[in-house]
Structure formats: structure tokens, C-alpha cells
Design a protein around this ligand. Structure first.
Ligand code: ZN
Length: 165
């Protein structure tokens, strides 16, 4: 996949994680752009319970974390009506994190996540636009630095502002 193709799916994917998580008051730090071996993808930094915290969370909270993880696939479906089939591979980050929380499949949480995105569709669309708009600048930053790493795409302050508008 080219960078452009990756972005087409990755932007609504990360926006989906962020919007669903924020809807359930799960802390979101920022959206960054991670560059590795010349290929870059947006990544959202979202709070996850530690192993020792898993016993203390309620069933409702557990379902909300699962929805947040399903928010990526739901975001792709909401924006593009289909999702990147690599989401079905068992070792995706989202599936690995979800397996800590439940034995259910990630796709079982997608309808609720999609419903949540629909409810917050204005923020979702604004977030996707912001990421697309920022991308060329970040790309230039990456090209001049020549180093792998994480580059800021949307800060936590900007996410809060979008959310409160
Ligand atoms: Zn994801």
C-alpha cells in the first residue's frame, strides 16, 4: 500500500478510535504520525487499563473500552463503507488489546461504535479534515528530519477544542 492509500483508511480509523473513546470519557492524548522505514501511519494515543486494573473495571467500562478499540474499524466503515482487510488479521494492535478485555470478537462491538460515531459525526468529520490538512506539513517535517519517530498531527488541546465546540 502507498502512503496515500494508507492515509485513506488510517485517517478515519484513528478518528474513529478518538471519537468513540472521547464519547465514553476515555482519556485521549493526541494523534501522531508514526514513521517507520519510510512508511507512515497516524496513531492515536488512547488510555488503556493496565493488567492489574482489569479486575476493578465494571462490565460497562469493559464494553466501552471494547467499543473504543472497535472505533477504528467503525470509523473506516462510517467514512468509506468498507474497511481495510488487514483489520481482520489476528495480530492487529486493536485485536490484541481487545483480547485482554473479552473473548468476544472485535466486530461484535463495531455496530455500537459506528452508532457512537454517527452521533458525533460532525466532530468525526472535522477531525478527519484536520488530519488531512495537517498531513502535508507533517510530511515535510518528516522529509527534512530524515529520522523515524512520531510526529504530532493533532494535539490533545486541539482534540478538546473540537470536542467542546
Ligand atoms: Zn486501530
Amino acid at each position: 500500500m502507498s502512503n496515500a492509500e494508507i492515509l485513506e483508511y488510517a485517517i478515519p480509523h484513528e478518528a474513529g478510535h478518538v471519537v468513540v473513546s472521547k464519547a465514553f470519557n476515555i482519556p485521549v492524548q493526541h494523534i501522531g504520525f508514526r514513521l517507520k522505514n519510510g512508511l507512515g501511519t497516524p496513531i492515536a494515543s488512547i488510555w488503556q487499563p493496565d493488567d492489574h486494573e482489569l479486575n476493578d473495571i465494571t462490565d460497562k467500562q469493559r464494553d466501552e473500552y471494547c467499543c473504543g478499540l472497535a472505533g477504528g474499524i467503525a470509523g473506516e466503515l462510517f467514512a468509506l463503507r468498507c474497511y481495510d482487510p488487514s483489520n481482520d488479521e489476528p495480530q492487529t494492535v486493536d485485536r490484541v488489546l481487545l483480547a485482554r478485555l473479552t473473548i468476544r470478537d472485535i466486530l461484535e462491538f463495531v455496530p455500537a461504535a459506528k452508532h457512537t460515531i454517527h452521533h458525533h459525526r460532525r466532530v468525526f468529520r472535522q477531525l478527519c479534515s484536520k488530519m488531512k490538512l495537517r498531513y502535508p506539513d507533517v510530511r515535510r517535517e518528516i522529509e527534512t528530519s530524515n529520522n523515524d519517530g512520531v510526529f504530532m498531527l493533532v494535539t490533545s488541546e486541539e482534540l478538546d477544542q473540537l470536542w467542546c465546540n
